[in-house]
Design a binder for this molecule. Structure first.
Ligand code: UT7
Length: 325
């Protein structure tokens, strides 16, 4: 009998502190009008006391609860992040300790905003090969510690938070297609010449520019529009989902204009697109799992619904997935 994988639980966590566009306009030459028009973002959540691994563990706990699993039943924990607490130990090892999932395999994935889809691909492969039954995949970011708050072209975009999903073995296919790509030639377009977020947090008042996220937004935008739309179409085709069979699209949340283009390519109405960018900003690897969890918990996504997801980010990396929830 073939083994497949499906999502059995989801969870998310956002820090309570909110920073609106008007809050940013108090210390930077920008406006709510510019940010909303160009990106769709109205506010973002900002971690104060929480680290990336704290947020990841909270989201993971909720996903485990929904899946009806104890942490010691996990075979692996995969954390996708570009803002780990530290480079070593990995954020996944910190989460494993915080969840009490002693000795299960734990590692981070560095694929920026596409990281959650990379993580699900690895989990799906491990489950199909029979080497795991339950894997916790988390996308978690503490990006407000990694942006240059003097650079209005990037700092307005990002927010903090974590989303998680339990991927479990099943006899029926939940995850039906998944694709991941990268093109390192364009790595310079979106980069962080790097240190861990906990270190960067201490430097927040005296940021060294080359430690912070830098982006040639306009160049990234042009590549992202096409890559996200192509990838979304590829996942839908491979899963055999025609436009009218797709119940929901969960795109990476970087910019409403990029999302609109991807949804248009799939022939989807705006009401079928799950958006959380407006209230949370771009939370990179956390955008897809947080949007998934919110839509599952508020009843929009239900068991049996067909969902297509696509992401794009630094690396450059991109990817897509189609699944029946
Ligand atoms: O998640 C990872 C993948 N990332 C993405 O997919 C992001 C892709 N890029 C984007 O979403 C957009 O490029 C941005 C939202 C980052 C920028 O929007 P844009 O329409 O591409 O603006 P731009 O960079 O071409 O800048 C246009 C103008 C410039 O002024 P001048 O040179 O025309 O006078 C900027 O200096 O807007 C100015 N500007 C701002 N003005 C007010 C840039 N940032 C701001 C700001 N407030 N925050």
């Amino acid at each position: 009998m073939s083994i497949y994988s499906r999502f059995t639980g989801t969870g998310s966590y956002f820090p309570p502190k909110i920073m609106t566009n008007d809050d940013i306009a108090k210390f930077l030459d920008t406006s709510d009008e510019w940010i909303v028009t160009r990106t769709g973002i109205k506010q973002r959540h900002v971690a104060e006391d929480e680290s990336c691994s704290d947020m990841a563990a909270e989201a993971g706990k909720k996903a485990l609860e929904m899946a009806g699993l104890q942490s010691n039943q996990l075979d692996a924990i995969i954390v996708a992040t570009l803002s780990p607490d530290t480079i070593m130990p990995s954020t996944a090892c910190r989460v494993q300790y915080k969840l009490g999932a002693k000795t299960c395999m734990a590692f981070d994935i560095a694929a920026a905003c596409s990281g959650f889809l990379y993580g699900v691909r690895v989990a799906d492969g491990m489950i199909r090969s029979g080497s795991a039954k339950n894997i916790l995949v988390i996308g978690a970011e503490h990006l407000t510690a990694c942006v240059d708050w003097r650079d209005r072209s990037t700092c307005i975009l990002f927010g903090d938070g974590a989303g998680a999903a339990v991927v479990s073995a099943d006899t029926a296919p939940g995850i039906k297609s998944i694709f991941n790509y990268a093109d390192g030639e364009y790595g310079e377009l979106l980069k962080q010449d790097n240190l861990g977020s906990q270190y960067l947090k201490k430097m927040i008042n005296e940021p060294a520019v080359d430690h912070m996220i830098q982006m040639k937004g306009n160049d990234v935008f042009k590549i992202a529009v096409r890559a996200m739309a192509d990838a979304a179409q590829e996942a839908a085709d491979a899963a055999g989902f025609s436009s009218d069979q797709i119940d929901w699209m969960i795109p990476h949340q970087a910019n409403l204009r990029i999302i609109d283009a991807a949804a248009k390519r799939l022939g989807l109405d705006k009401e079928k697109v799950i958006i959380n960018l407006t209230n949370y900003g771009n939370t990179s690897a956390a955008t897809i799992p947080t949007a998934l969890d919110q839509a599952v918990r508020d009843g929009r996504i239900q068991r049996g619904h067909n969902v297509v997801s696509a992401a794009f980010g630094g690396g450059l990396t991109w990817g897509s997935m189609a699944f029946t929830f």
